[in-house]
Ligand binder design. Structure first.
Ligand SMILES: *Cc1c(COP(=O)(O)O)cnc(C)c1O
Length: 458
């Protein structure tokens, strides 16, 4: 018999969790305007809002915090980070930023102008926000299989080459500054992009002279899926696969709060000196000097260690298998989830889970509120609230899938927590026929409304 996998770490520090009663939670969520972002964390028992900056650092990372170099210019920690990034990605030019969206802001300031078209697989919300803020357009060219949650396609983050070529034929080269591949594709359900697809997209883009960029927040998880699902790649190690993936692009933006295994941070890494200089000017304007860009030296030091740890197979295996455990427990109870199970989260199909709530009443948000009331679990809506309004017509955009995301922080919860979560979801599922009414918006912002929206129950 083969031994099962086990976490390649043990727990050295613990943080107590507080429990609350259902009656207390009903008050807290009403006071939060039925927006889970407005809840105080001590009113949440298990926090599955996001895996962004919510994971645990290793003892080696904490040690790096103590030895970080806080020099304004030329910090040793910057050079440690630069070397690690270059080793993993092959990109020699590094601009640190305080998080992923800052990397987008800096790089897009150099690359995106009004009227531009940015094709890619489903763009992340802040990415789309930074594109639309510049009056440019994000065009989703994800394969159709991604929108059928039962389809077991192993790489549902892939770009449909026909859709992409149509974009390249419909607009001039001057209007398309780059094609953006998000690895893994968060919006499509934490689904990976195959190395073959990256290669094919690169080949097609070369024909039209369009460069390729990566939104690489979960690149290590993407590399794990390539290793375990793409026959040609099974004998490469994770770091080799990362270098191969990135070799097809000219650069990347990174939210280090994901596969950097740190609580804050981001960066831009580039192949080309000229673009580095151009973006560097915006970095100095928005973030900070070229060798710290909004981060403390100690943050860069911890990130260098984190990137190295995140690109090791045993860590990735324990991470992704824990997410899989939750998914499989839900599947066993007949709960409709996105398949295959994604890298960082389990996505519940809220439309099928709550068949009686109309789409105008925010189905996935309704489910998120029910799960919080049931068990103090905070999940997040990936549905109509997140999809925002159309920038021109101001009508609600109803996405193809209305999902509830249960996002698993890295190295944070035990498998016993996972079983608790699954049991809580099942309890809501058992009483789904009684849930027939949703919510109505009483306040929303013009952009990225899901963060601050206020709702009223119907
Ligand atoms: C998190 C994330 C971002 C934004 O990064 P922040 O660190 O949250 O600003 C951009 N793209 C993807 C794919 C992400 O997951």
């Amino acid at each position: 018999m083969q031994l099962p996998y086990a976490e390649p770490f043990r727990i050295k520090t613990v943080e107590p969790l507080k429990t609350t009663t259902r009656e207390e939670r009903e008050v807290y969520i009403r006071e939060a305007g039925y927006n889970l972002f407005n809840l105080r964390s001590e009113h949440v028992f298990i926090d599955l809002l996001t895996d962004s900056g919510t994971g645990a650092m290793s003892d080696a990372q904490w040690a790096a915090i103590m030895t970080g170099d806080e020099s304004y210019a030329g910090s040793r920690s910057f050079h440690q980070l630069k070397n690690t990034v270059e080793h993993i990605t092959g990109f020699s030019y590094l601009l640190p930023t305080h998080q992923g969206r800052a990397a987008e802001n800096v790089l897009f300031s150099a690359l995106v102008k009004e009227g531009d078209i940015i094709p890619g697989n489903s763009h992340f919300d802040t990415t789309k926000g930074h594109i639309e803020f510049r009056h440019a357009h994000a065009l989703d060219c994800t394969i159709d299989e991604a929108f059928d949650i039962e389809n077991p396609h192993p790489f549902k983050g892939n770009i449909d080459l026909k859709k992409l070529e149509k974009v390249y034929q419909s607009y001039s080269k001057e209007q398309i500054p780059f094609c953006l591949i998000t690895i893994t594709c968060n919006t499509a359900g934490g689904q990976p992009v195959s190395l073959q697809n990256i290669k094919d997209v690169k080949e097609l883009s070369d024909k039209y002279d369009i460069p390729l960029l990566f939104d690489a927040a979960r690149f290590a998880e993407n590399a794990y899926f390539i290793k375990t699902r793409e026959e040609d790649c099974k004998n490469f190690n994770i770091k080799e696969i990362c270098t191969k993936m990135f070799s097809y692009g000219v650069g990347m933006t990174m939210s280090s709060k994901k596969d950097g295994l740190v609580n804050i941070g981001g960066f831009i890494a580039l192949q080309d000196e000229e673009l580095y200089r151009k973006a560097g000017n915006f970095l100095i304007l928005f973030e900070g000097f070229l060798t710290y860009g909004g981060l403390a030296g100690r943050d860069m030091a911890a990130l260098a260690v984190g990137l190295d740890e995140a690109t090791e197979f045993p860590y990735l295996e324990s991470r992704i298998k824990q997410v899989e455990l939750l998914g499989n427990l839900l599947i066993q109870q007949g709960i409709p989830i996105q398949k295959p199970i994604g890298g960082h989260a389990v996505f519940i199909d809220a439309t099928r889970f709550l068949p009686h709530v109309p789409k105008e009443e925010y189905i996935a948000q309704t489910l998120a509120i029910e799960l919080y009331k049931e068990a103090g679990i905070r999940a997040v809506e990936i549905g109509t609230l997140l999809a925002d309004r159309d920038p021109v017509s101001r009508e609600n955009r109803y996405p193809k899938l209305e999902l509830l995301r249960l996002t698993i922080p890295r190295r944070t919860y035990t498998d016993n927590h996972i079983r608790y979560i699954a049991a809580a979801v099942c309890k809501v599922f058992e009483r789904r026929q009684e849930i027939t009414k949703g919510y109505e918006i009483v306040y929303e912002a013009d952009l990225l409304r899901h963060f601050s929206v206020m709702l009223k129950s119907l």
